[in-house]
Design a protein around this ligand. Structure first.
Ligand SMILES: Cc1cc2nc3c(=O)[nH]c(=O)nc-3n(C[C@H](O)[C@H](O)[C@H](O)COP(=O)(O)OP(=O)(O)OC[C@H]3O[C@@H](n4cnc5c(N)ncnc54)[C@H](O)[C@@H]3O)c2cc1C
Length: 477
């Protein structure tokens, strides 16, 4: 029976690979199909950048610490996995974020929606911007729409509509905190397409945001914008694993090469996956690559040089998160917010910090505080290669000055993420089109994951579901 089953290999068990395996199994079950699915992961653990550690009563997130409820797919998956009761929102008493400016923390004015203000008074009275800076941002209300269709970087867009100060003091640090990217090279179209829509529809960003806000004014969302799991984000990987038949997940299995098997008698192509340290390759009727783009490029190199070339043009940056656990009494700052981001002009090593034990419940016990700092990214990548002591010292120095901290943290935990964050630079969509054209010649081969259409967890889950549907359609055709 097993020999007749269609075989699908999924390479990489981060959120993308695990979700693809989940949706494939679910869809197959619904359709009464028996598939032989194998999820190959080179590490001993599943989850990729989903990594949670409990250290002496502190719940530390190494990778993602939350996902956004506005994009419904990750939440929907959590519900399907029976994790609904585990989903928790942000602390509503301290709904604010700070920006470091001139060495001091300034609150992002209320009503500010990522780039543009939607409430006049908090913006006018904000200490974050200078008077000329505010006036320049206000010009957005009268500036005409962009005429050409040429693709723009995020920086060019913000400078054009809101001015240099808005770019330096708000857009650049906020975007660095999400994508660890450089706004000068980032594609607006691939990272924040809704700003293009806003300009098209309303001309002014400020006016457009205000109108959108009005449309949603009467809807009370069930969840806060950022949500997480009570026991940490790695719980999502564990729940996905537990939902799968036990023989699907193969850890410690590094795929080193993928080839198409030249079997003229077969109606459809067969793929052959070579595994490190294994003599016998694995054969599959369909393959889903859920690995970083540069790994996928290397594995497909022998089969299709052109797709590999395109995949290699998607740049990646390295980052690190440093969790610092303190006694609450050591910290002079009231920690009355979710954290802060740091503009590049401030010349600090950290690019963002989250007050983890304030933002979410259960991250530290009473009287303790957990802070999570984010370093590296497009502008400061070399920090990630610093040794533990040097990196921890630099981060502790920055955070102590900014938050008025005395003494040493009780625990420090560093998580390094080498080339784990893809960058959607100008021209990203064009690269994806070329890759898709190339894939048309390789039926049964699919690419999914953060490299392509959204780096957030929810986007990865969404893309995985679509990939599973396409793969199943192919296999049953
Ligand atoms: C520090 C950090 C913080 C983040 N914060 C957030 C956040 O708060 N919210 C949010 O929504 N998103 C966040 N993100 C983004 C999000 O976590 C990632 O985009 C997403 O987890 C990527 O999932 P993936 O499955 O595509 O890739 P990965 O998680 O990188 O998984 C790829 C897997 O492939 C495996 N692999 C590689 N090569 C091979 C091979 N040859 N053979 C077999 N297996 C292989 C790897 O070991 C890995 O397990 C963050 C990312 C990082 C790094």
């Amino acid at each position: 029976m097993k020999g007749k089953q269609k075989r699908i290999a999924i390479v990489g068990a981060g959120i993308a690979g695990l979700s693809t395996a989940y949706y494939l199994s679910k869809l197959a079950k619904q359709g009464g199909l028996h598939l032989d699915i194998t999820l190959l992961e080179k590490e001993k653990r599943l989850g990729g950048s989903l990594l949670t550690e409990k250290v002496n009563g502190f719940l530390m997130e190494g990778g993602p610490d939350c996902f956004i409820s506005e994009k419904p797919w990750a939440l929907k998956l959590c519900k399907e996995l029976g994790l609904e009761h585990e989903v928790i929102g942000t602390n509503q008493q301290t709904r604010r974020t700070f920006i470091l400016c001139g060495g001091k923390l300034h609150e992002i004015p209320e009503g500010f929606m990522l780039l543009a203000p939607t409430s006049l008074w908090p913006f006018v009275t904000s200490s974050l911007f200078t008077l000329p800076g505010k006036a320049r941002m206000g010009l957005d209300l009268i500036l005409p729409r962009k005429k050409s269709d040429a693709e723009e970087s995020l920086a060019a867009f913000v400078r054009r509509r809101l001015g240099r100060e808005a770019l330096e003091r708000i857009a650049e640090p906020l975007v660095a905190g999400i994508h660890a990217g450089d706004p000068e090279t980032m594609s607006l179209k691939s990272t924040f397409p809704r700003f293009i829509d806003l300009e098209r529809e309303y001309r002014s960003l400020i006016w457009g945001m205000k109108q959108r806000k009005k449309q949603f004014a009467n809807i009370t969302p069930r969840y806060t914008m950022f949500i997480t799991l009570k026991d940490g984000m790695e719980g999502m990987a564990s729940a996905l694993k537990n939902s799968l038949p036990h023989d699907i997940c193969a850890t410690g299995q590094e795929v080193v090469k993928i080839e198409q098997k030249a079997d003229k008698s077969a109606k459809k192509p067969l793929y052959r996956l070579s595994l490190k340290g294994k003599k016998r390759p694995l054969e599959a009727d369909a393959v889903v690559m859920a690995t970083p783009a540069f790994v996928t490029a290397r594995l497909l190199q022998g089969m299709t040089g052109d797709i590999a070339r395109q995949l290699n043009t998607i740049p990646y940056v390295s980052t690190a998160t440093i969790n610092l656990a303190y006694e609450r009494s050591q910290i002079g700052h009231p920690l009355d917010g979710y954290g802060f981001v740091v503009p590049r002009l401030e010349g600090r090593r950290i690019m963002a910090a989250t007050f983890s034990s304030v933002k979410f419940a259960g991250r530290a016990s009473q009287g303790k505080a957990l802070l999570r700092c984010f370093v590296g990214g497009a502008k400061n990548e070399e920090l990630v290669s610093w040794g533990d002591d040097k990196l921890a010292a630099a981060v502790k120095e920055d955070i102590a000055e900014i938050l008025n901290i005395t003494g040493e943290p009780r625990h420090v935990r560093i998580f390094r993420w080498e080339k784990a964050m893809p960058q959607y630079t100008v021209g990203h969509e064009e690269k994806l089109s070329r890759i898709e054209r190339g894939l048309a010649n390789l039926p049964g081969l699919y690419l999914t994951g953060s490299a392509y259409r959204g780096i957030g967890l929810s986007d990865c889950v969404h893309q995985a579901e679509l990939t599973a549907q396409q793969c199943l359609e192919f296999i049953t055709k």
